[in-house]
Ligand binder design. Structure first.
Ligand SMILES: Nc1nc2c(ncn2[C@@H]2O[C@H](COP(=O)(O)OP(=O)(O)O)[C@@H](O)[C@H]2O)c(=O)[nH]1
Ligand SMILES: [Mg+2]
Length: 282
């Protein structure tokens, strides 16, 4: 049996928990290539995900994972070739990642995690990423009447944030940034993709248009064949804690949500696809 660890990277509110809940529903009720493995003593506690799924069955969104909450999600899986895989997926209040960036310090937990994982899964919710595309033109224009112009944005440009964060994580993981060698497979999940969906656009084009610097950083540091960029909408739409959405209630959460695979522009209902890709490339 292979024991694969996948590191989940993503800020707060990027859709990690709803994706995990929907993944659980799919694996349980509409298994495709991957199934949850049972009967060989694999012990698993997916009660947190049961709770998410229960909320979704009522057509409502689930509660936010708090900053101090850390759950280790372990999916005992078996694939269509009868290969057993224990997918270990740490889920946490995404603030932890922001602290890493802000304090320039990586805890021993994170260090261990970074050094031992087989693949990296990055969640980026494009609709919430802040960029300052006009900053450069402001810098180059000659200021006329700007007394006391000392205010600076509180939030970093998302290009800079992601590049710097990945540089720090690579450094700690012992990965060389000046060559493409020895990198783990990297899946970039553009989450809540329903919010930014443009007909006919590839996920990579969406990333390139919103975060061009980060996109070219990935292209120059990660080998193309082990990089994939996905558009993922776990819910297919926006839900509130009190939506009571009819589609979710009538058809079931396992029939909601979709994925747009790399180099594609059509939706597919297999939410497990980014993980299958990951497991095929580990
Ligand atoms: N529009 C839309 N909203 C989503 C989707 N997935 C999650 N959300 C919403 O995004 C917010 C954050 O989701 P959550 O899974 O808790 O993010 P986490 O903090 O990364 O675990 C919640 O309000 C969800 O209802 C989606 O696929 N589409
Ligand atoms: Mg969460």
């Amino acid at each position: 049996m292979r024991n694969s660890e996948i590191l989940l990277l993503g800020g707060p509110n990027s859709g990690k928990t709803h994706y995990a809940g929907q993944l659980f529903g799919r694996l349980k009720r509409r298994p495709g290539k991957l199934k949850i493995r049972t009967g060989d003593g694999a012990s698993v506690n997916l009660s947190a995900l049961e709770d998410v799924l229960t909320q979704l069955e009522d057509g409502n969104s689930a509660e936010h994972t708090h900053a101090d909450q850390y759950s280790e999600i372990l999916f005992p899986l078996i694939d269509s070739n009868q290969i057993s895989i224990d997918l270990y997926w740490p889920d946490y209040g995404g603030e932890q990642l922001y602290q890493v960036f802000k304090q320039r310090e990586i805890s021993s937990d994170w260090r261990r995690r970074l050094q031992s994982t087989d693949g990296w899964l990055i969640f980026i919710r494009l609709s919430g990423e802040k960029t300052y595309p006009d900053a450069l033109s402001k810098l180059t224009s000659i200021p006329t009447n700007t007394p006391n112009e000392t205010s600076r944005p509180e939030i970093w440009d998302a290009n800079v944030y992601w590049i710097e964060l990945l540089q720090m994580l690579c450094h700690v993981a012992g990965l060389n940034l000046s060559s493409k060698e020895n990198k783990p497979p990297l899946a970039i999940v553009l989450s809540c993709f329903d919010e930014v969906l443009e007909e006919g656009q590839l996920p990579s084009e969406a990333l390139k248009s919103k975060l061009p610097l980060f996109y070219s950083f990935i292209q120059t540091t990660w080998p193309n064949e082990i990089t994939s960029i996905w558009g993922v909408s776990s819910l297919g739409k926006t839900l509130q804690p009190n939506s009571n959405d009819d589609d979710f209630i009538d058809e079931g959460p396992e029939y909601q949500g979709w994925v747009i695979a790399p180099e594609q522009s059509n939706k597919d209902s297999d939410l497990t696809a980014p993980l299958s890709w990951m497991l095929d490339n580990i």
